[in-house]
Design a binder for this molecule. Structure first.
Ligand code: ADP
Length: 450
């Protein structure tokens, strides 16, 4: 088993990883920016090292500083969490060459799956259905337009290196396509330092359903069922749940098998997620693989009873998975997660950093809160606005929703604005309650609610 792990992240996920390490008897080293000196993750870790100023580009994204800290403290592994360097193939490769275990797949797998066009081709070759679209990145605008016409409008132009719901443009006709193709390339260059884009069919009103994969270093790959992440705002997830209220057991089996095939095609190791879009007819299409732990992993932990972070660490230690696909049991529980963000829903969800004057998280039956904040905590303006995750669960979806409604009402966060009122409105909405949400739902919901 690994003995000492550096957690190359901040916030709730840093705390989550430290919790798993502690329960496994593993020593932890936190790293932090100057803005995070007072953060809980620094206080609960066995040790902590400052890696630079507040800006992520000067701290949490500085691979060389993180590696120096790792060498200085003699750690044997790095857990990257999500975001920051978690899907950076160069960083994983640097870890490999320093003989520090990167807790995730190999740098080679990250490189393949991090190029969304290459990822599509890789899983397509393994007969996993993908959205009809270009074979790889496409440079030339005339060629792209010709292809878009062949695919049939609407189409979506996506950055090859995209992520976080950014770098995507929908075009409904040829005129719009020419304009959007150019701006997508410019936007991709600015956001990701890579102008490459690809084009695929825009699926109308789909559900986003993803499968959790676990793969050990001895060739064993299983899936842990799905998460439905259709409640999204601007292509970013807001509420996730497991199991999906939409999937029949037959479709679940088919998609699960496809997810495992996709992971096999990538030579996958450790925890990962295969994301699909599913249309009204139940046809499903691979869109991408995330080669890291996801924000929404707790809903899977609740329905399977498997601690995903511990599994990541055990796999990285070389342990066999010890689970056969047929042993994976979805317990009959239903789990829902709401992302709690420091943002102001009445001002178009503008970030709302500042000091939290009073913090009281909900508790009681069916509630789990993963958060690093507390009364007096200054939410820094430099990072993602998510300040915690509220997960509720019950024997049925209805019960999980009852707990969620109650927990959201109980959740006190004073001093800053949060999206809690917005989440309350969604959770009370009949469309959500009936499990009828598609990826267009939030947009429709906002249009019909004053
Ligand atoms: P990112 O890596 O930025 O999260 P994804 O490829 O995972 O991007 O897509 C994010 C979301 O964008 C999806 O969940 C879905 O809502 C929307 N989306 C992506 N591709 C398509 C598509 N071909 N048709 C319709 N919606 C899409």
């Amino acid at each position: 088993m690994l003995k000492k792990i550096l957690i190359a992240n901040r916030g709730e996920i840093a705390l989550r990883v430290i919790r798993a390490c502690r329960e496994l008897g593993i020593e932890t080293l936190a790293v932090y920016s100057e803005a995070d000196e007072q953060s809980i993750h620094c206080q609960v870790a066995d040790d902590a090292i400052c890696i630079g100023p507040a800006a992520s580009s000067e701290s949490y994204l500085k691979a060389d500083r993180i590696l120096s800290a790792a060498e200085l403290a003699n750690v044997d592994a790095i857990h990257p969490g999500y975001g920051f360097l978690s899907e950076n193939a160069d960083f994983a490769e640097q870890c490999e060459s320093c003989n520090i275990k990167f807790i995730g797949p190999s740098s080679n797998t990250i490189r393949i799956m991090g190029d969304k066009a290459l990822a599509r081709e890789t899983v397509k070759a393994a007969k996993v259905p993908t959205v009809p679209g270009s074979a790889g990145a496409i440079q030339d605008d005339k060629e792209a337009l010709k292809l878009a016409k062949e695919i049939g409008f609407p189409v979506i132009i996506k950055a090859v290196s995209g992520g976080g719901g950014r770098g995507m443009r929908v075009a409904h006709n040829a005129v719009a396509f020419q304009r959007e193709f150019e701006s997508a390339r410019n936007e991709a260059e600015k956001a990701f330092g890579d102008a490459s884009v690809y084009v695929e069919k825009f699926i109308q009103d789909p559900r986003h359903i993803e499968f959790q994969i676990l793969a050990d270093e001895h060739g064993k790959i299983v899936h842990l069922g799905e998460r439905d992440c259709s409640v999204q705002r601007r292509h970013q997830k807001v509420i996730e749940e497991a199991p999906s209220p939409f999937l029949s057991s037959d479709l679940r089996r088919k998609m699960g098998r496809a997810a495992v095939k996709a992971a096999e095609a990538a030579n996958y190791q450790n925890a990962g997620t295969i994301e699909f879009l599913v249309d009204k007819n139940g046809d499903f299409y691979f869109i991408e693989m995330n080669t890291r732990i996801q924000v929404e992993h707790p809903v899977t932990e609740i329905v399977t009873g498997i601690d995903l972070i511990k599994k990541q660490i055990q796999i990285a230690s070389g342990e066999p998975l010890g689970i056969e696909q047929k042993q994976v049991r979805i317990s009959g529980k239903h789990a829902i997660e709401c992302r709690i963000c420091a943002e102001d829903p009445s001002r178009n969800f503008a970030p709302s950093p500042g000091e939290i004057k009073l913090y009281f998280p909900p508790g009681g039956p069916g509630v789990r809160v993963d958060s690093h904040v507390y009364s007096g905590y200054p939410v820094p303006p430099h990072y993602d606005s998510m300040i915690g995750k509220l997960i509720t669960y019950g024997e049925t979806r209805e019960e999980a929703i009852v707990h969620m409604n109650r927990a959201l009402k109980e959740y006190l966060i004073r001093g800053i604005n949060t999206n809690i009122p917005f989440l309350q409105a969604i959770v009370s909405d009949p469309v959500f309650r009936q499990g009828q949400t598609t990826t267009r739902y939030v947009e429709e919901f906002l249009a019909r609610t004053p």
